[in-house]
Design a protein around this ligand. Structure first.
Ligand code: ADP
Ligand code: MG
Length: 345
């Protein structure tokens, strides 16, 4: 059986909200010298909300409702934020030409979001859908009948489809991304009709956790599918917050706290980044939350899934699960496993 010190360490870990699958994981955890964090849902709360909608020659409300229909069948956190925002718009009823917003907040007041006729996910890029005539659920998507192809996605998806992005749009996107927001474009029948900016706050514990790991001599990196500018803004926010709480910074790029961050990664890219660190001799822990993180969680020497917000796939793939989404347990878990290793040797 496993050495007693490991058994009791697992017991200690479980009591403090860290679940580990077995003693060998704990031993590997003792050698971790690099911790990679997924950004969205791991360093951030995973409660994405719409911060701003910008229509380009089209009313903001039209942009939001078309995007919501296109995203309705997607399980992505950006899709959820868009659909929720569309549902929560005040119900507008026209009454003798005047728009009357209903103030009651019962479920009956929620706007209905029509289903798309069809829908395809482009992993790490967005969605492509066909939607019927505005407001008519199940309507034909035949353009002659008033149906539309609607794309909601990032720049890479627009590039794939050879869609031109006017400078008015790129200016708007840049401005929002520099604030750490994630922006998706909304395309109707090949034309950009709007953009939707979304925000997800940092978890309060994130800056302190990154700083504590670095103070323990462990390298930290941030990996994200999000774009370069948003990634830079969030990494800087982590550094700034850590500075404000008076935590010591050492080595690396003090402005970001992280030794490195990597943006615009597809799920398989996150996995190859982990493999590259391992090839450089690092023992790597990966902390993630989503379906997209499953390959990198499995590849890392130790995969740590965020508990409550984590998807089942991520938790099954991981070696440890953090219950209660408590990031603060990570330095503890690493420290605990280092101590345990001394006992076993
Ligand atoms: P992460 O969880 O690391 O932020 P993802 O791989 O889930 O990254 O997504 C990367 C990017 O792909 C998003 O920032 C967004 O630009 C785009 N994207 C993914 N899914 C959708 C979607 N359903 N609608 C719009 N854009 C999406
Ligand atoms: Mg994520």
């Amino acid at each position: 059986g496993p050495p007693v010190s490991i058994v009791s360490a697992i017991g200690n870990a479980a009591r403090s909200g860290v679940l580990m699958k077995g003693g060998d994981h704990l031993e590997r955890a003792g050698k971790i010298d690099l911790v990679a964090f997924d950004k969205t849902g791991t360093l951030t709360k995973g409660e994405t909300t719409v911060a701003d909608i910008e229509g380009f020659g089209v009313a903001d409300g039209e942009v939001l409702s078309l995007a919501a229909t296109a995203e309705k069948k997607s399980e992505h956190h950006l899709a959820d934020a868009i659909v929720d925002a569309a549902r929560e718009r005040p119900t507008a009823a026209t009454d003798g030409g005047a728009t009357v917003a209903q103030a009651d907040d019962t479920d009956a007041s929620l706007q209905s979001v029509p289903d798309p006729d069809d829908f395809d996910v482009v992993a790490g890029k967005g969605v492509i859908a066909h939607v019927g005539v505005s407001g008519e659920a199940g309507g034909s998507s035949d353009e002659s009948d008033g149906g539309h192809e609607v794309i909601v996605g990032n720049r890479a998806l627009l590039d794939d489809r050879d869609i031109d992005i006017p400078s008015q749009v790129t200016d708007y996107v840049r401005e929002r991304e520099e604030r750490g927001e994630t922006v998706v474009h909304v395309i109707r029948d090949g034309d950009i009709i709007g953009a939707i900016a979304m925000r997800d706050e940092l978890r309060e514990a994130a800056p302190g956790v990154v700083a504590a790991l670095r103070d323990a001599g462990i390298e930290t990196v941030m990996l994200t599918g999000d774009n370069e500018r948003t990634a830079a803004a969030v990494a800087e926010e982590v550094g700034r917050e850590a500075g404000e709480t008076g935590l010591r910074k050492r080595g690396g790029d003090a402005a970001t706290q992280f030794d490195e961050y990597r943006a615009e990664l597809l799920p398989e890219d996150k996995q190859s980044v982990i493999e590259a660190y391992q090839a450089d001799g690092h023992v790597v822990a990966m902390v993630g939350d989503g379906i997209n993180d499953a390959p990198s969680l499995a590849t890392a020497d130790v995969g740590i899934a965020m508990g409550a917000a984590g998807t089942d796939t991520a938790i099954e793939t991981a070696d440890m699960a953090l219950m209660a989404d408590d990031l603060e347990r990570i330095p503890y878990a690493v420290k605990l496993s280092k101590a345990t290793r001394w006992n076993v040797l």
